[in-house]
Design a protein around this ligand. Structure first.
Ligand SMILES: C[S@@+](CC[C@H](N)C(=O)[O-])C[C@H]1O[C@@H](n2cnc3c(N)ncnc32)[C@H](O)[C@@H]1O
Length: 177
């Protein structure tokens, strides 16, 4: 699968064969420009955008969008709400202490959609800090008891710029109980 630039919706989002999305509650965690959450907003979802810096989205006025400007790492933010979201998106962000909160924030039968860099990325560019790089099969191990709907680990090519990156992608369904 290809992937997009940080200005366009990720290919994992646009190419996945989603079921009906309208009305679902979606969280775009560490959303940046909100490029992925916006896509779900356009499908009729209610989208919560969280980032430490939401200035890029300051002008957004949409009755189905919530903006929470939270620092997720310094202890100042409340915990993510429990079983609140049908789908949680995490792209290009890794803070391992949040894994359990992310999992808990998803409703039973809800989906995690995760894409970020693996340790191999350090061999070709940034990020290089191991804290920001997934280990081999790490997402599969974190969501081990979830139903895996899509998994990829390897080299991705930006369809626009041709830039290469080494990433893992997971879409997995939370158990019903
Ligand atoms: C590489 S960008 C990815 C943005 C978006 N997910 C995307 O793929 O387009 C990483 C994002 O994580 C956010 N971030 C980094 N540290 C954070 C923190 N401690 N709390 C909240 N957001 C943070 C940054 O502000 C930035 O928007």
């Amino acid at each position: 699968m290809t992937h997009g630039t940080l200005n366009s919706t990720a290919a994992l989002v646009t190419e996945y064969p989603w079921p009906k999305l309208a009305g679902l509650k979606v969280l775009d965690l560490a959303c940046g420009s909100g490029r992925n959450g916006f896509w779900f907003l356009a499908q009729g979802c209610e989208v919560t955008f969280i980032d430490q810096d939401l200035s890029a989205m300051a002008s957004l006025k949409h009755d189905k969008a919530q903006l929470w400007q939270w620092n997720l790492e310094d202890g100042s933010a409340p915990p993510l709400p429990i079983e609140a979201f049908d789908i949680v998106l995490v792209f290009n962000y890794l803070h391992r202490p949040l894994f359990s909160q992310i999992a808990a924030s998803i409703k039973p039968n809800g989906l995690i959609v995760y894409e970020t860099f693996t340790w191999q990325q350090a061999e070709i560019g940034h990020p290089r800090n191991p804290d920001f790089l997934l280990m081999e099969h790490e997402l599969q191990s974190v969501f081990a008891n979830w139903q895996s709907l899509h998994y990829f680990e390897g080299r991705l090519s930006d369809p626009v710029s041709g830039a290469q990156s080494l990433k893992a992608q997971l879409i997995a369904r939370k158990p019903s109980q």
